[in-house]
Write a protein that binds this ligand. Structure first.
Ligand code: NAD
Length: 291
């Protein structure tokens, strides 16, 4: 068993990005600039947003963070997005999800200029991904592809089972793994909450991507020997022994599954770190397009 270590792979991405930004600065080219909007003060969202802003700064990107109260009218959020759409300096716009119930996520995502849609959630980006056209790939599946590439994990001709069909992770992941790409070319099965006898699918899989948000869902008897297991899940589980009062759990029962695998991602320290690296790659791409 080998670890798909997000620290190692994301450090390599960050190093590459830093050098590109330094070179752009030396050539008097524009520095990538990411704008992030957070609505309300959800603890997990705060953590994600602060690491996105911190990473932007580490890499020499510009960053703008706008905080809005949980009860703001949707129209105000749409106005803020328009301001960022119209700004020449801002290359990428990210609205941290989830949003409060009274705000339509679909309307908010569609309000973002597709040229600045570095999260890759806009229907234009999703449609282009389906058609194999150049686009912004949602950061988590993109980060997983970068991780497979970094560690040279063979995917061509393999059977991949993706658990979860969300627009953010499962759906784009299944499209990428089935695409004609050196780290795609899989035969893909998508499982979801209505799948019957899910274990009968995962047991056949050479690659399992678990993205359902159910802590330690994937057990050893659901995985075949030598499988590659990618754990996307991040759930806060109450844990009195931890300083913060919770532990972070993935969707894979790591201790029992890991010994059966050829490669596995840990949680934390796996996919989450890659997501941020991929987001930064998308922001650089948005900036480079303006060159
Ligand atoms: P989601 O709730 O939008 O989607 C979950 C999917 O899992 C759904 O398609 C549903 O059909 C499926 N599902 C739910 N219960 C199931 C079951 N018992 N059996 C089979 N399928 C089931 O969630 P999401 O946004 O796709 O996120 C999934 C997980 O990944 C969450 O834990 C989330 O926190 C995590 N996540 C991590 C990162 C990261 O950077 N590591 C990024 C995004 C999401």
């Amino acid at each position: 068993m080998q670890i798909l270590d997000g620290k190692i792979a994301s450090a390599a991405i960050k190093e590459k990005l830093k050098l590109i930004v330094e070179k752009r600065k030396a050539e008097n080219k524009k520095t990538p600039h990411l704008a992030v909007i957070i609505v309300g003060n959800d603890g997990a969202s705060e953590t994600y947003v602060s690491s996105k802003v911190k990473t932007s700064e580490e890499l020499g990107f510009g960053s703008t963070l706008v905080r809005m109260d949980a009860d703001i009218p949707e129209a105000l959020l749409l106005d803020q997005i328009k301001t960022f759409n119209d700004s020449i300096d801002i290359d990428g716009i990210l609205v941290q999800l989830p949003l409060p119930k009274h705000i339509s996520e679909a309307r908010v995502i569609e309000a973002i200029d597709p040229a600045k849609d570095v999260d890759g959630f806009h229907p234009v980006s999703a449609g282009r991904l389906v058609q194999g056209l150049e686009t912004f790939v949602p950061a988590t599946p993109y980060g997983i592809m970068l991780m497979l590439e970094h560690f040279g994990v063979e995917t061509t001709g393999k059977h991949a089972v993706v658990i979860g069909r969300s627009n953010i992770v499962g759906r784009p992941m299944s499209i990428l793994l089935s695409s004609q790409h050196p780290f795609g070319n899989c035969t893909v099965t998508v499982c979801h909450s209505k799948t019957k006898d899910l274990a009968s699918f995962t047991r056949q899989a050479d690659i399992v991507v678990a993205a359902l948000g159910k802590p330690e869902f994937l057990k050893a008897d659901m995985v075949k020997d030598g499988a590659v297991v990618i754990d996307v899940g991040i759930t806060r589980v109450p844990d009195a022994t931890k300083k913060k009062g919770f532990a972070i759990k993935g969707d894979v029962a790591f201790e029992e599954v890991a010994p059966k695998t050829s490669w596995i991602t840990p949680v934390p320290g796996g996919v989450g770190l890659m997501t941020i690296g991929a987001l930064m790659m998308n922001t650089l791409k948005a900036c480079e397009r303006k060159d």
